[in-house]
Write a protein that binds this ligand. Sequence first.
Ligand code: GLC
Ligand code: MG
Length: 591
Amino acid sequence: MSSDKKFCQTNKCLMVILVALIAAIAIVCVVTFTDEDAREKANKKAALKWWQTSIVYQIYPRSFQDSDGDGTGDLRGIRSRLGYVSSLGVGAVWLSPFYKSPMRDFGYDVQNYTEVDPLFGNMTDFESLMQEAKSKKLRVILDFVPNHTSNESYWFYESERGNPKYKDYYIWSDGLTCPSGCTDTGGRQPPNNWLSVFGGSAWKWNGIRNKFYYHAFLDSQPDLNLRNENVQKELEEVLRFWLRKGVDGFRADALKFMFEAKNVSQDEVGLRDTFTWYETDNHNLTTNLPDVYDILKNWRGVLEEFANDKFLIAESYGISNEVRNQYYDHGSIPFNFALIQYLNKSCNALCVKSVIKNSLADLSPSYWPNFVIGNHDNSRVANRFGVEMIDAFNMLLLTLPGTPTSYYGEEIGMRDTFYSYKETKDPAGLNFNETLYQDHTRDPERSPMQWNDILNAGFSNGTPWLHVNKNYKLINVKTEQLAKQSHLNVYTQLAKLRQNSAFTYNDLTFVDVDGNPEQILSYIRTQGAAKYLVVLNFGHSYANDVDLSDSVGSDRGRIVVNAMSGYLPNTTISLKQITLSRGQGLVVQVL
Ligand code: GLC
Ligand code: MG
């Protein structure tokens, strides 16, 4: 080859080089894009906050584990059970109040926000609970009750005595002149017709201050005046106090009651005179006033002083989507109570589907969804829907998008416990008579946790504050841990499965169920190559040979979790013929 022979002079040669160049560029692009894709996914996962990948487990401290034999659960008891909690596969515990309290509303009447009630232990117990939780990688969320304090709190004591610093910490009113029959109230009557959630007028005469004070809940729970900046600052300090102790966030109580109309001379229109109608009547002057949003924003600011991944979930039942969005926009997650509020025993698969659809509709991508199926204020799943639905509802809750919250005992299928009127402790029940109390009492869902089949189900060596459910010999953690098939088993399998990113990202896609839409609820959760199909019978009858293959686009699947059905785990099934009775469910990996 002569030295002056130029490299590649022919057209053919140039073409070959051009094609090779294009191919090389294409390969580089593909590799980069695939890489980018993977990176984006990894970033997305890394960017998720812990509360987006965790199940929250609610503990009602009075009823979880008693350590000292006084019959009431306590912090040391909870600490001793964190091993169990973490074995469930949940990522966080939310503790209902354990602060100093006269316990009229069992801790939701806070006397001192930064003190542990002796009934539950002391601050050292709390700190060791925190340590234990951290060592088990469990996050801790506290209950925060900003709407009201106990009437035995220092603030209220000073307020009723007119101490200038505290006199406007609560909502006081002179009321109106009473034409007759108001001898106990200095000849005065309440300023308006506003009602308490727990029944009767929301105004209580105070003979020390000689004024009425407003209470959305019990008269032993006076509402704080959140328009007072000092009150706001005090509450922010409460958050800081617990954040300094290392807590990961808060569940904020009763937020829709935070503000009332300034002008108390107005009545709420259309209230029915019996106090059993609270929930269904319209309380436009005493609930959902927009002033709460700025407060939420301030709290978010306080949380950010500590870290950018603190959790703030807000309790407000029955809010509109508009209000919901405002909660999101101001730095909190509004609890989504749809599964509690809009489902009942007669609800079939179509009805469950529409409730889920509505929950996820108009939820912009920046609004993280959440679902909750039970808590200390509502009957247990077994009683609301029937015992045959326990696994189905756990399966639903743990396969839906967003953050799920489970109430203690639901993982073993605990039932409501019957308490006679005489045994009843909950003031929400005792405010009513013997005929009506059962519609209002919340004791049944607060019965002690059932750990084993010996004395008091392992809850306490003493006499439990509420007696243990008589079914504890059959329904308890130990028995279910040993059994091959149990609610607990299903729950832990689901919790484990949930770590798969298919259950973390993206919305679910409903699957068309031709022929059995009333019985079968089915949806797909997917991420990358992973594709999981959830099939649940929420109907009132047996569904035979359901063919989901066309809608799913595959004929076969592998059973990953089986709730109550005859299918065996890990077997391959045909998606053309799925048979499930009411309450049975499957999670299937689509093949
Ligand atoms: C919330 C709590 C409830 C309590 C009420 C008053 O709704 O969940 O248990 O009784 O607030 O604090
Ligand atoms: Mg105790």
